[in-house]
Design a protein around this ligand. Structure first.
Ligand SMILES: Cc1cc2nc3c(=O)[nH]c(=O)nc-3n(C[C@H](O)[C@H](O)[C@H](O)COP(=O)(O)OP(=O)(O)OC[C@H]3O[C@@H](n4cnc5c(N)ncnc54)[C@H](O)[C@@H]3O)c2cc1C
Length: 397
């Protein structure tokens, strides 16, 4: 039991889960959640189906305002935090409100990184919030020719959204294949083929270097080669920048807030959780950054426990799935180790990552058997002298 004041910045999965955990573990504490968005928690993953037009907006809702009231959580919508006074332990907002805290959680995630030559054109779309999804959902059906920029996990959602709405879609990937962070050409070939079957024109090793414009709109994307693609819509997913400028705790060179394994920042009363937070992972025995729905939720839960002084190290293994195709894509853990890979059939592929003899990560396409076992092996820090045996299907049967 505690009667402390907790302030949480951000009502994404990390912030809302932390609030829920604090509410369930305390009786008289004051819990405030501040968000600059105009609605309570919705499922960001489902935004991809909403923007495609295959899911009505109402099914993206996770919590309504009563959910917070029922738990005595004080939710402040449309409340943008502009400053944290660490000495006074006070959070200040754009509306000139001030909220005092005993413990603060920063769960403010990141915002889409913009192309440097984007001067705010009307038909250039970024994808993170409900507002972004609404904009795409309202315009995608009328778009006839779109250019999608960014060969990562979100870029693929945008390419599929336009292609599935019968829009001629050009998907520009700067690297030699999609998600080069974790996939080689052999694995990516399956995803490229599946995208092409949906009508996406994939252009690898292709960079968008400028726009041609007409009034407030982009009329063509200019490529590094000098070629141009005429278009009436552009969608961009080239990463995120952290929403961390309002708090002066220790950060890495990319402005991501740094924490220890308990998700505590350089200020003992400030914790951080969710996307764009660099933390020490006891599982991988190094500092890392991860972004996914489940990962953020778990981080929020652990941060809340630690704000209540439970001393719980965050030892979660991240997963991320892509479900647009008739084959499942799934990534687990860490992709910085040394990879080995095998293709089993036209649509089945597995890549495993090792740190020395230790399994640290996996990427699977089509053949996803053993995913829980992989997570366990990573958690248990299992060593394998004979790595190749892990590529045999018999190992996972
Ligand atoms: C289209 C799409 C598809 C995705 N697909 C998948 C998927 O298949 N699988 C998967 O695991 N993950 C997926 N993700 C990623 C996943 O949704 C995120 O990793 C997760 O939601 C991040 O949660 P979070 O709480 O850390 O951050 P966020 O959800 O970004 O929450 C941070 C909140 O803080 C608010 N905020 C920021 N600054 C301030 C401020 N100054 N004051 C007040 N509030 C502020 C923001 O507006 C936001 O509401 C997808 C995301 C998108 C957009």
């Amino acid at each position: 039991m505690t009667d402390q004041s907790f302030v949480i910045i951000g009502d994404g999965d990390a912030g809302a889960t932390a609030a829920k955990q604090l509410a369930s573990k305390t009786e008289d504490s004051d819990i405030k959640v501040l968000t600059d968005e105009s609605e309570p928690l919705y499922n960001r993953i489902m935004l991809k189906n909403y923007m495609k037009g295959t899911l009505p907006k109402k099914f993206t809702r996770v919590h309504d305002e009563d959910w917070y009231k029922d738990r005595d959580i004080d939710l402040h919508l449309e409340t943008k935090v502009t400053d944290v006074d660490l000495d006074e332990k006070a959070v200040k907002t754009e509306n000139e409100e001030e909220f005092r805290y005993d413990k603060l959680l920063v769960a403010s995630g990141g915002s889409p990184r913009k192309l440097p030559f984007d001067n705010g054109y009307e038909n250039v779309n970024y994808m993170w919030t409900m507002k972004n999804a609404e904009h795409i959902s309202n315009s995608v059906e009328d778009s006839e020719k779109a250019v999608v920029v960014g060969g990562g996990l979100l870029g693929i959602d945008l390419a599929v959204a336009y292609a599935e709405n019968d829009c001629e879609t050009y998907y520009l990937i700067r690297e030699s294949n999609w998600w080069s962070r974790g996939l080689d050409q052999k694995g990516a070939e399956i995803i490229h083929r599946k995208l092409e079957q949906k009508g996406v024109n994939i252009m690898t090793q292709t960079e968008c270097t400028d726009f041609e414009t007409e009034g407030d709109n982009v009329s063509a994307a200019v490529l590094g080669s000098g070629d141009r693609i005429e278009c009436d819509a552009v969608a961009v997913a080239i990463g995120q920048t952290p929403n961390s400028e309002f708090v002066d705790v220790e950060k890495n060179e990319h402005n991501m807030i740094k924490t220890d394994k308990f998700l505590q920042t350089s200020d003992k009363d400030v914790y951080a959780a969710g996307n764009m937070v660099e933390y020490y992972s006891p599982v991988f025995e190094r500092r890392t950054v991860n972004g996914s729905w489940d990962h953020s939720g778990e981080m929020g839960k652990y941060a809340a426990e630690n704000m209540l002084n439970k001393g719980k190290a965050f030892n979660y293994v991240n997963t991320y799935g892509v479900g647009h195709f008739d084959v499942q894509f799934l990534s687990i853990g860490d992709f910085t180790g040394e990879p080995i890979q095998r293709k089993y059939g036209e649509d089945e592929y597995r890549r495993l990552f090792f740190d020395g003899d230790r399994l640290v990560g996996a990427v699977m396409i089509g053949y996803t058997k053993g995913q829980e076992k992989i997570k366990d092996l990573i958690q248990e820090k299992k060593q394998f002298e004979n790595r190749e045996k892990l590529l045999k299907k018999s190992f996972w049967e």
